[in-house]
Design a protein. Structure first.
Length: 165
């Protein structure tokens, strides 16, 4: 199973200056709970926002063109095909965690979507693809996150599954 896991604001914004535009610990926890079930896959830019250190308890797979990239223990790959091969052979679920280039790359292969929608408008520079075809997916679950003094933005967690004909 291939899944996307991400958070976006009400305009599909996902990033600003190589960081998240918001602080939302409740979403960080959700992200961790979901991605602990398999391996995580990300672009080199996203990896360097973590910053450049594998997230614990999961295999970290990083996509880059750079042949000599030192991933500090992450698995380095150089093409989409290499990721799909790894996925096929590992038997693990792969959670693709961004950024925008990876969210475009696997649109035809992704089976499940874990989307957090933050009901707020932020400034930034990186967006989830605007032409993503949600009509191929069914939203099977959604619930509102807790708003409190640490999580000040109203937000909704959503789970979508690809509709199989
Ligand atoms: N809100 C969220 O849930 C969320 C999630 C993830 C990221 N983000 C944000 O998104 C931003 C980063 O996203 P991004 O789209 O700019 O970058 P990205 O997708 O994380 O990484 C892009 C890099 O991936 C590598 N790459 C892409 N396609 C490739 C291919 N076909 N073959 C080999 N390597 C390839 C290239 O690395 P090289 O240049 O090394 O070749 C490219 O520069 C940051 O602001 C981050 O905070 C937000």
């Amino acid at each position: 199973m291939l899944a996307y896991v991400w958070a976006e604001d009400e305009n599909r914004l996902i990033g600003k200056d190589d960081e998240l535009p918001w602080r939302l610990p409740g979403d960080v926890k959700f992200f961790k709970d979901v991605t602990m079930r398999g391996d995580i896959v990300m672009g080199r830019d996203t990896y360097e926002t973590i910053p450049k250190r594998p997230l614990k308890g999961r295999r970290n797979i990083v996509l880059t063109h750079r042949e000599d990239y030192d991933g500090n223990g992450a698995i380095i790959v150089h093409s989409k095909e290499e990721i799909l091969r790894l996925h096929e052979h590992s038997g693990e679920d792969f959670y693709i965690i961004g950024g925008a280039t990876l969210f475009e790359m696997f649109e035809n292969e992704v089976d499940e979507l874990y989307r957090t929608v933050i009901h707020e408008s932020f400034n930034g520079d990186t967006y989830f693809p605007g032409d993503f075809d949600y009509s191929k997916f069914e939203r099977v679950k959604y619930w509102d996150g807790v708003v409190d003094d640490k999580n000040i933005y109203p937000h909704t967690f959503e789970v979508w599954k690809r509709i199989r004909e």
